[in-house]
Design a protein around this ligand. Structure first.
Ligand code: PHE
Ligand code: NA
Length: 444
């Protein structure tokens, strides 16, 4: 049958969670918000909000064993068919995948740059990256095409032979590479400085923006709000302890983010570079540092970008699976037809995203001061994902039989754990998301 084994599920969910969010985004936002204090806030956001919603999505999926639309309807108390509209969230996955694939394409290009072409100075590094993004449309389309075809090829094979197998191979390799990079970072003089930066709290850098960034990152990093976790846990047997599995996945994701942060800041500080380098951190700051380390630097650089590819590919397949499952089950499409249709959509949107950053087409693809790439990121991360998480929490808190949830929980844990989770999902999570939205529109 086309379903996950328990270990297959844990690897696939961890593979989905661990992605560019951990190795690229987490370090650069931690750098921008000054380190330790942000890390603490992030950990609290993961514990009280991210994990709570992760368990919520797992419960919905595992309980109904179906695509996102059907899952909402069958889990609801009233069985009201209108709950099918909650499946709007699966389309966020397609949008995220379009620009995620473009970024993965850059990373693939950087694997080749790492072999023999590392930049010798910060100016060259900045030029290399800016050139790629604003002028080199051909390269970007080429690498985006390779990434897209890989994703399509894997999901065509389905859950067991495609997604589970991919994670079974790539996740251990990723762990080995990260371990190696960590050991190398450990030998550097700056290792202790990096630890101090990551874990010593300087509260002066923290403002409401930092809180909201931590909340947004908690959703993104745990793959919440696009139906991935619902869809993956729908392919998991009902006897598996979903609470334990959820905690394990959240823990793995958090550990990888922290380790990636420690590694990257040790590298940066070793070269005397700044911690607040923004999104260009891994594409501009790191390559120069690697170049200074000679041949060893090439080895480290290749390992680093290959790790990013492995982490990113396992996340990418998890972004498209919810929308495939939706079309396969609700519209009785074959997997092949659904994959070709959805694959073409994200592939074309990806090309729009990359063209919108080019100097030749950027102006035509910029609307209200944001180019198409930034719009796709903004609409998904700042609107669709938090909205989906809000609907999920309101759904479980107010439209699902409490007895059903209690029964599932107490099968695996005790009543106290259930009560804590239930109050978090019913009151705390929706409130936190409302505050997030009010802040975005400038009310608070
Ligand atoms: N969690 C992934 C990361 O950290 C991104 C992702 C978001 C994957 C949503 C699937 C769904 O990179
Ligand atoms: Na993540």
């Amino acid at each position: 049958m086309n379903r996950f084994s328990r270990i297959g599920f844990i690897l696939a969910a961890a593979g989905s969670a661990v992605g560019l969010g951990n190795i690229w985004k987490f370090p650069y936002i931690t750098g921008e918000y000054g380190g330790g204090a942000f890390v603490i806030i992030y950990l609290l956001a993961i514990l009280f909000i991210g994990l709570t919603v992760f368990i919520a999505e797992s419960l919905i999926g595992q309980n109904s064993q179906a695509n996102v639309a059907t899952s909402f309807v069958t889990t609801s108390k009233s069985k009201n068919p209108n709950w099918k509209y909650a499946s709007f969230m699966v389309f966020a996955g397609l949008i995220i995948l379009s620009f995620y694939s473009v970024v993965l394409g850059w990373i693939l290009k950087y694997v080749f740059i790492s072999i023999s072409d590392l930049p010798a100075s910060s100016e060259i590094a900045a030029n290399t990256f800016n050139n790629l993004i604003s002028k080199d449309i051909i390269s970007q389309i080429f690498f985006h095409t390779i990434v897209s075809l890989t994703v399509i090829w894997i999901v065509l094979k389905g859950i067991k032979d495609g997604i589970e197998k991919l994670n079974l191979i790539l996740m251990p390799l990723l762990a080995i590479i990260l371990f190696g990079l960590f050991i190398y970072a450990l030998t550097l003089n700056s290792f202790s400085k990096s630890l101090e930066f990551m874990f010593y709290a300087d509260w002066s850098k923290i403002n409401s923006d930092a809180l909201l960034a931590a909340l947004g990152q908690a959703f993104f990093t745990l793959s919440l709000g696009i139906g991935t976790i619902i869809t993956y846990s729908a392919s998991l047997s009902k006897d598996v302890n979903i609470i334990k599995s959820s905690i394990l996945v959240a823990l793995v994701d958090t550990i990888v983010a922290l380790i990636a942060g420690v590694i990257i800041f040790a590298f940066l500080f070793e070269a005397g570079a700044k911690s607040a380098a923004g999104p260009g951190l891994v594409f501009i700051s790191l390559p120069v540092i690697f170049e200074h380390w000679g041949t060893l630097g090439n080895v480290i650089a290749v390992s680093f970008f290959v790790a990013l590819i492995f982490a990113g590919i396992t996340s990418a397949v998890s972004m498209i699976e919810p929308v495939l499952m939706f079309f396969i089950e609700r519209f009785h499409m074959s997997r092949k037809k659904a994959t070709i249709m959805c694959g073409s959509i994200f592939y074309i949107l990806g090309i729009v995203a990359l063209l919108s950053m080019s100097s030749s087409y950027g102006a035509q693809l910029t609307f209200f001061n944001k180019n198409a790439f930034d719009w796709m990121d903004y609409v998904t991360s700042s609107i669709m994902m938090p909205l989906a998480a809000f609907i999920i929490s309101i759904f479980l808190g107010y439209f699902v039989d409490k007895k059903l949830l209690e029964k599932i929980f107490t099968k695996h844990t005790n009543l106290l754990v259930f009560n804590i989770w239930y109050s978090l999902i019913k009151y705390f999570v929706p409130l936190a998301i409302i505050v997030l939205f009010l802040n975005q529109i400038g009310v608070i």
